[in-house]
Write a protein that binds this ligand. Structure first.
Ligand code: HEC
Length: 204
């Protein structure tokens, strides 16, 4: 019944320990080679050819999708600080805003928002308030007497929102450039200012 060859002993002895010369069991080898094949396949699918997203990328996509859905719901209720801030968290929107900024705003606010003719947008100081709606209002209506155009007319509401979303991503990056102008954000514009009528901050 037992067709096993008698176990062969290998001829070395270490500290009195001897070793059989047995074959590794097939199930064990199957797992070993199986894992190697799986690892190669996994590497090709996930890393080399990126056929399937890694879990982290899938998570990011889901978050962006959720933000977009939330933004769609929120935009029905009009523009708010929150909806603009949410927009600034959606890469596609910010990217469009970045392109608009590069086209229309760099000349005066410089490539990283550090300011040139226009004020530094990366420091914590704002002439017209640093809340999303404040920024949106300045960009839409401009400060004509100071050379800042009313971009609302030129770009239209959608593109203004995108460029504002991009400006929000520059906020707080503290790029050395034009000296601070205005007041620190916390002290600026009263928190309850209504979007259209807020004129509380001194104009220049
Ligand atoms: C021709 C130059 C010029 C261009 C182009 C320009 N700006 Fe300005 N911007 C200014 C100046 C000057 C001010 C300061 C206004 C003031 O002193 O009240 C300003 C102010 C601002 C402010 C308010 C800053 C604060 O401290 O409150 C924001 C935000 C802003 N610009 C965004 C933009 C965006 C976005 C664009 C592109 C769509 C743009 N600007 C294009 C000149 C410009």
């Amino acid at each position: 019944m037992n067709e096993h060859k008698p176990d062969e002993l290998r001829d070395h002895v270490y500290d009195g320990i001897e070793e059989y010369d047995n074959k590794l069991p097939n199930w064990w080898l199957f797992i070993l080679y199986g894992s190697i094949v799986f690892a190669v396949g996994y590497w090709l699918v996930f890393h080399t050819f990126s056929i399937v997203d890694l879990p982290s990328a899938r998570y990011d996509k889901e978050m962006v999708k959720a933000s977009e859905e939330q933004l769609a719901r929120m935009s029905k209720q009009g523009l708010t600080d929150e909806s603009l801030a949410l927009m600034a968290a959606i890469p596609a929107q910010v990217e469009e805003g970045r392109q608009l900024y590069a086209t229309y705003c760099v000349v005066c606010h410089a490539d990283r928002g550090q300011g040139l003719v226009g004020p530094n947008l990366t420091d914590g100081f704002w002439i017209h308030g640093g809340r999303p709606l404040d920024i949106h209002r300045v960009v839409t209506d401009g400060v004509l007497s100071k050379g800042m155009a009313a971009w609302g007319r030129q770009l239209g509401p959608t593109r203004v929102q995108k460029v504002v979303a991009y400006v929000l991503t520059l906020k707080g990056t503290e790029v050395p450039g034009k000296a601070p102008e205005g007041v620190p954000e916390a002290a600026a514009a009263p928190p309850t200012a209504a979007p259209a009528t807020a004129g509380a901050t001194g104009n220049g």
